[in-house]
Ligand binder design. Structure first.
Ligand SMILES: O=C(O)c1ccccc1NCC(=O)[C@H](O)[C@H](O)COP(=O)(O)O
Length: 209
């Protein structure tokens, strides 16, 4: 099956126009501390500009559950991505109160995770994992750093592959890892902002794999 695509870290109205034209399955709004951070009012404005059929993923790092639930209830996001140290019981609370899909991001570095670690998140109701670069990239996400795809753990859930993907490595990444979806941010930017041509190009490549 073809990998789906998430373009993350959108902050401007023109970014929404680019994804509306390119047609990924998911876009991402980063509510965590980041140069890509967006506030709730900004995300609401961009969401209302987004074509139907593109699901908005809210990216959070150890955020209060109330904020995540409010954004879901207000229809500003459709999916929750937890990119910090959120526990399985936090996932359970979000699932119970926000009633939507949850992606639990895991940073892949030197650490070995026992299989029980993943099962606990799956049992708590997580729908997907997202594997991203470890702390050597500096920061929680959006680092543009690739990790060793041989270290992708075996897990009971479908997963998003993230971390330093761009037009030149995306084909190899998909062939190697066969992820449910790919997640791209830095690789579709020029001078720190989203680049229409790079978004169109990477989506064409993913569709062609
Ligand atoms: O993108 C950010 O700035 C960010 C900040 C803090 C937590 C998560 C963040 N991004 C999460 C994502 O889903 C990114 O798309 C993912 O890390 C891949 O980013 P990149 O390596 O730049 O393609």
């Amino acid at each position: 099956m073809k990998s789906k695509i998430k373009i993350c870290g959108l902050t401007r109205e023109c970014d929404i126009d680019y994804v509306n034209e390119a047609g990924p399955e998911y876009l991402g709004f980063v509510f965590a501390g980041s140069r890509r951070q967006i506030d709730e009012a900004g995300a609401a404005r961009l969401k209302s500009r987004t074509k139907s059929g593109i699901a908005a993923v809210g990216v959070f790092v150890n955020a209060p559950a109330e904020q995540v639930i409010r954004l879901m209830e207000n229809g500003i996001i459709d999916i929750v991505q937890l990119h910090g140290q959120e526990t399985p019981s936090y996932v359970e609370e979000i699932k119970r109160r926000a009633n939507g899909p949850v992606i639990k991001a895991i940073r892949v570095g030197e650490e070995e995770y026992p299989s029980a670690f993943f099962e606990e998140y799956a049992n708590a109701g997580a729908d997907y994992f997202l594997f991203d670069s470890g702390t050597s990239g500096g920061g929680y996400g959006g680092t543009g750093v690739v990790f060793d795809w041989n270290r992708i753990p075996k897990t009971p859930l479908p997963y998003f592959l993230a971390g330093g993907l761009h037009a030149k490595n995306i084909g190899t990444a998909i062939s190697h890892a066969q992820p449910y979806a790919v997640d791209i941010s830095s690789g579709v930017e020029t001078n720190g902002v989203k680049d229409r041509d790079k978004i169109l190009e990477i989506i064409r490549r993913v569709r062609d794999v």
